[in-house]
Structure formats: structure tokens, C-alpha cells
Design a protein around this ligand. Structure first.
Ligand SMILES: Cc1cc2nc3c(=O)[nH]c(=O)nc-3n(C[C@H](O)[C@H](O)[C@H](O)COP(=O)(O)OP(=O)(O)OC[C@H]3O[C@@H](n4cnc5c(N)ncnc54)[C@H](O)[C@@H]3O)c2cc1C
Length: 436
């Protein structure tokens, strides 16, 4: 393709770390200037928060480094250089704009406060002549294709799902082609764990999430889980599991940083249904992807209320902030073995199953009546797959200030009996601690 050579388009990668089916990248290419990519490891993401723990712990930090390394390799194969900095975007990007003549900046459209504030800060610092192009790319169902106004998004998931399934289609996938080579010297490097403030570490031998970050690893997992092993065909039966890599898809971490799109997973499942078989399980994974969209639409609808103690319900409870109880929960030292085992798993691996998350969150917010935002912030710190909408949406839901119409409390003893009948999971994480 002929491109205009004097000016460049900058693609600012955030949580869309892939080249294929990347709406922002595709849009940038249409502007017909040569492309430069940038990714900023934002120092604010690696600071200690007012709750006393890091905003991002080592597990997600390493997964992000791996994802950005893979993105850089993928972009190189398209002749697009990726500049990487350990600097705030509002500082790094204006500097890059001064070095190169950048006419357009393309990025994923965001709608939560920290992200939008960073974008505002940047806009204030670059030339008025630079055009910004912000595009949604994190949804399964594109917000522009959803016929109901965002203010009228149903509060109950089932109603939301039914409307979307009836009235909305998932957009098709597109391929990004190789570009003409451009002569730009890129000497930037990807920061290592040490630079981000961590020591190197080895992956726990019993982790349920032994995977690496990056588009390549995400595509491998998609192929393995769906087509090679056909485990997708048993998903509904296994999804409440606690041990091993295959009880659920494990797509969440790659989805959270955009190494894979929800659309790519959806269309892979459709292909599987067409060529192999279709059953309740193949549908159920799509059903779960709609849950993911639900919390994104709730964030879009309610803005900052998703971070407020009274949540989207404006529901006041007598929340406690007992530091000893919080510490015991975080370190897996409560009177409940099942809660402790899950917290141990999280602390040692950065992973916890959905069943585990529901139980420990319910125990924190409903049984101990602790300020749910502290629990959510702890998850934000530790989880490899932390995603702002899914994390805060689920915490609101479990804490009774969100979208659960039944406002349930989990009985963790009964849950342990049901989902860890022989105590294998509890033994794995509680016994190990005695020998470490
Ligand atoms: C308190 C709490 C906090 C959570 N925090 C996060 C988070 O920060 N990031 C995150 O991705 N998920 C979060 N979840 C949702 C869910 O636990 C994980 O998405 C899931 O366990 C990831 O495993 P998987 O990819 O194997 O999921 P699968 O069971 O294979 O599901 C496939 C995909 O569907 C989506 N999904 C499944 N369940 C949910 C759900 N309840 N809400 C939203 N999306 C869902 C995920 O994208 C997941 O990758 C949270 C749940 C709870 C109860």
C-alpha cells in the first residue's frame, strides 16, 4: 500500500496487546501514514496503594512483560516498530510526538476514571493539531451495535443477555497485513521485572495457570482447549473445578490485556460447532463471555459508582475495616480452610478459580462484613487476569451493592463439601505451606 511518508500515525497500545483482529490497528492503517506503536509501563501501576499493597503484583507484571515482548515481535513481522517506555504515557507520548511528526494517535476507548484521566492528561500535552481516534475494542458485542441506550442496560444479567442475543451480532474478524518497511531507529527496550520493582521468581509447580503472556500463547491455548483436546465440549461439567489447567478455559488473563479478543474466541467456538459438535458446553463459554460484556456495560452505564462503597445500588451497610481480619483473610489465616486454601493459591500463583473467587469474596464482604473495596483492591494487586470491569463488577455483585437480585451469601463449608468433596484442593494449598 502507498503511504504518505512525512507524518506518522501513532498506535498507543494499552489492554489490546495483539495484532490480529485489532480494531485500533486496523483503523490506524486506514489513515494511510506509516505506523509507529508505543506501549508505556505506567509507573503508577507498580506503586503501593493506600491499602498497603502494590497495585500490580509480580504475577501480572511478568505476564504483561511477556505480552509486550510478543506484541513487539508480532509488530516487527508487520514492519511496525514498537517503542516501549517505563514512563507515564502523558510524558512519553508528547516526547515521541516531538521527535517524529505524528498527525494522529489511535487508541482503545476507555470509560473508567484512571484510564480516562490519563488520556485527558495526554490530550492537554500534545499539539492541538494531533487528532485522537478512540475506538472500543474490548467487547464481544460492540456498544454501537447494541440497540438499547446505555442508561437502559438491564440490571439483571439474564435480561441483558436475552436482549443482546436477540438483537445484536458479533462482528466478524479481520486480518492485519504486512506494511512497507520504514526507516526508524528504535533503541527502546522492554523493562524487566527488576526495573518494575520485583525479583525474578519461578512459577509454582502446582499452579493452575502455568501459561505465558502474549498473542502467540493465547492462540496456542485457544487451539489446544477448543480444537486439539476438544475440552470445550465438557466445559459446563468442569467449569466449577479447582485443580489443574483444564477445568476452565483460562482465557481470562489474555482477554484482560487484549492478547486475544472475545470475538476471536466466539468465532473459534462457532467454527468448532460447525466442524465438530455443538452442545450445552460450547454455548456456555459464550454465555460466560456475555457475563464479561455485562460488567463492561455496567461500568459504561454507572461510571465511577462501581468503585464506591455503596456501589451502583446506593446501598449502605455497616462495613468494617478491621486490619487484623483483613490481614488474616489476605494471608489465608481465617478459621475457614476453604477460604484459606483459595487465598494461598492466589498468593502463590496469582490465580484463583471462579468458584474460589465467589467464596472468598462472599466470606470477606458478607460474613466478615469488611469493606469490599479492600478485598477488590487485593484481587487487583494479585490476579494475573485482573480486569477493571470484571473485578469490580463481580465484587459489587457478591457484596450486595451490584447486580445480584438475590443478594446471596455463600456457605463456604457447604461449598467446600460440594466442590472439594475429598479435600484434595484444600490439602494441596494448605499442606504445601507447612513445608515452604
Ligand atoms: C470476586 C470476583 C472477582 C473477579 N475478578 C475478575 C477479574 O479481575 N478478571 C477477570 O477476567 N475475571 C474476574 N472474575 C470472573 C471469573 O472468576 C474469571 O473470569 C474466571 O475465573 C477466569 O477463568 P477462565 O478464563 O478459565 O474462565 P472460564 O470459566 O473459562 O470463562 C471464559 C471467560 O468468560 C469470562 N467470565 C467467566 N466468568 C465471568 C464472570 N463471573 N465475570 C466476568 N467474566 C467472566 C472470562 O473472560 C473468562 O475468561 C472475578 C470473579 C469474582 C467472583
Amino acid at each position: 500500500m502507498q503511504t504518505k511518508q512525512n507524518t506518522y500515525t501513532l498506535v498507543w497500545f494499552t489492554t489490546n496487546l495483539r495484532i490480529q483482529d485489532n480494531t485500533v490497528l486496523a483503523h490506524a492503517l486506514k489513515l494511510n501514514h506509516p505506523l509507529i506503536g508505543i506501549y508505556c509501563f505506567d509507573p503508577r501501576h507498580y506503586e503501593t496503594t493506600t491499602y498497603g499493597f502494590k497495585k500490580t503484583e509480580k504475577y501480572r507484571a511478568r505476564f504483561t512483560i511477556e505480552s509486550v515482548q510478543d506484541l513487539k515481535n508480532q509488530l516487527e513481522s508487520l514492519n511496525i516498530p514498537l517503542f516501549t517506555f517505563y514512563e507515564k504515557p502523558e510524558i512519553a507520548i508528547p516526547k515521541l510526538c516531538k521527535t517524529y511528526s505524528i498527525s494522529d494517535i489511535c487508541l482503545q476507548k476507555e470509560f473508567t476514571s484512571e484510564e480516562t484521566q490519563t488520556i485527558q492528561n495526554l490530550k492537554a500535552k500534545v499539539s492541538k493539531h494531533t487528532s485522537f481516534h478512540e475506538l472500543y475494542d474490548q467487547f464481544l458485542f460492540h456498544p454501537d451495535d447494541v440497540l438499547i441506550h446505555v442508561n437502559n442496560i438491564p440490571k439483571v444479567f439474564t435480561n441483558f443477555r436475552k436482549v443482546l442475543e436477540k438483537t445484536c451480532a458479533v462482528r466478524s474478524l479481520f486480518k492485519i497485513e504486512k506494511q512497507d518497511a520504514i526507516k526508524i531507529k528504535n533503541t527502546t527496550t522492554i523493562p524487566n521485572l527488576k526495573i518494575l520493582g520485583f525479583s525474578e521468581f519461578t512459577t509454582h509447580t502446582q499452579t493452575a495457570f502455568p501459561f505465558s503472556g502474549g498473542e502467540t500463547a493465547a492462540q496456542n491455548r485457544l487451539n489446544t482447549y477448543v480444537f486439539e483436546t476438544k475440552k470445550i465440549g465438557f466445559y459446563k461439567k468442569t467449569r466449577n473445578g479447582l485443580l489443574g489447567t483444564d477445568y476452565s478455559s483460562k482465557f481470562s488473563a489474555w482477554l484482560a490485556n487484549g492478547c486475544i479478543s472475545a470475538r476471536q474466541i466466539y468465532w473459534a467456538i462457532k467454527e468448532f460447532e460447525r466442524t465438530e459438535f455443538k452442545n450445552e458446553s460450547t454455548y456456555w463459554l459464550i454465555f460466560e463471555l456475555i457475563w464479561r460484556d455485562f460488567f463492561k456495560f455496567i461500568a459504561l452505564q454507572h461510571g465511577n459508582a462501581i468503585f464506591k462503597i455503596d456501589g451502583i445500588n446506593q446501598q449502605s451497610y455497616n462495613w468494617k475495616t478491621n486490619p487484623t481480619l483483613i490481614k488474616k483473610w489476605c494471608s489465608g489465616a481465617t478459621p475457614e480452610r476453604f477460604v484459606n486454601a483459595n487465598m494461598m493459591e492466589l498468593n502463590k500463583t496469582g490465580w484463583m478459580s471462579n468458584r474460589g473467587r465467589q467464596n472468598v469474596a462472599s466470606y470477606f464482604a458478607k460474613t466478615l462484613e469488611l469493606d469490599w473495596r479492600v478485598g477488590a483492591a487485593y484481587f487487583e494487586s494479585l490476579l494475573i487476569d485482573y480486569d477493571v470491569h470484571s473485578n469490580y463488577g463481580n465484587w459489587l455483585y457478591v457484596a450486595g451493592v451490584g447486580n445480584d437480585p438475590r443478594n446471596r451469601t455463600f456457605n463456604v463449608k457447604l461449598q467446600a463439601d460440594r466442590y472439594d468433596e475429598h479435600g484434595k484442593f484444600q490439602k494441596q494449598w494448605l499442606q504445601n505451606t507447612l513445608f515452604e
